[in-house]
Design a protein around this ligand. Structure first.
Ligand SMILES: [Mn+2]
Length: 315
């Protein structure tokens, strides 16, 4: 796909934007940056955009450290003729705003329906990180991966696969092998290691205090504002407990309920459980081992009933 996409973009006169999903995580930003640099090698200019917010200090630091030029979509005046490439998300997903411009490509690793009205679609649902797909383009084109690009891509790969322990497939291993050669591995380790801040500890305290368990399922409703990315990190922490194999975390964010699932059991598909519980009251999806979602109005959320429903669905 990448050769055809490059060919198509080489003659493009309009602006080219690379759009991540609305709450960019390291994998989304790394994929966008990697693709931008790959296009640049071919003399193609592009801008990275997102709609929403960057939630984590570790990610803001990565963006600053590598001078990644990423902007909110509102910072640019988009036109209908502009071309948009969506990375780490898909057209019509709830977490990817439909911006002004023509979506000409989707590069993603989330399972879902392929959009029929997009010219270039490269979706690998079995791949652990979108960064691995971008790395595969460099390999296919026989391009040397610059140090900064390799470092950022490897950080994205490590984050999405929880250091190669989650949803890893041969393409991720090949990407790791390739990226390791040129990345600043000390820097990668430092970014991956420094993933939380002292302020986050308050949430750990709350989760530990209010955690409910039933067999190997852990459930917690955080009644205070807690962003989606941190919810995932808290889920990863709980999943590292020997007794727990599935975590369901909920947070009240201004009358909207954010949800994060983490799963280590082969028999359970977190994305399917998510779709079932938000059906009719919100939206959500993801992978077998991690899923995110939202309940649009707090009135549709009853913590106890929800916990019971999850138990019934899983056991
Ligand atoms: Mn991803």
């Amino acid at each position: 796909m990448i050769r055809e996409l490059l060919q198509r973009l080489e003659t493009e006169q309009e602006n080219i934007y690379i759009q991540t999903h609305n709450f960019p995580d390291p994998d989304a930003v790394a994929s966008a940056y990697g693709l931008q640099q790959l296009l640049k090698i071919n003399g193609i200019k592009s801008r990275i955009i997102y709609d929403g917010v960057i939630q984590r200090t570790a990610l803001s630091n990565m963006i600053k450290d590598f001078s990644i030029d990423i902007h909110q979509s509102g910072d640019y005046l988009l036109s209908k003729k502009d071309k948009i490439i969506i990375v780490d998300g898909c057209k019509r997903n709830k977490n990817v705003t439909d911006l002004i411009g023509e979506e000409i490509a989707v590069i993603d690793h989330h399972p879902g329906k392929e959009p029929e009205d997009v010219e270039f679609v490269d979706i690998y649902p079995e791949v652990g990180a979108c960064a691995s797909i971008i790395t595969s383009y460099f390999i296919e084109l026989n391009f040397r991966i610059p140090v900064n690009v390799a470092t950022v891509l490897l950080t994205g790969l490590f984050r999405d696969t929880d250091c190669m322990t989650r949803g890893v497939c041969p393409m991720d291993v090949q990407a790791y092998t390739e990226l390791f050669k040129t990345a600043d591995n000390f820097k990668v380790n430092s970014i991956v290691l420094n993933n939380i801040t002292l302020a986050d500890l308050n949430y750990y305290t709350r989760v530990i205090r209010d955690l409910k368990t039933e067999g190997d399922i852990a459930f917690c409703y955080i009644k205070e504002e807690c962003n989606q990315n941190l919810l995932g990190i808290l889920g990863d922490f709980l999943l590292s407990l020997e007794e727990i194999r599935f975590t369901a975390l909920f947070a009240d964010n201004h009358n909207v309920i954010n949800i994060s699932f983490r799963n280590e059991s082969v028999e359970i598909n977190a994305a399917e459980v998510m779709k079932t519980i938000v059906s009719g009251i919100g939206s959500g999806g993801g992978h077998k081992q991690m899923a995110g979602g939202v309940i649009d109005s707090k009135v549709d959320f009853n913590p106890e009933a929800m916990f019971n429903k999850i138990i019934t669905l899983i056991q």
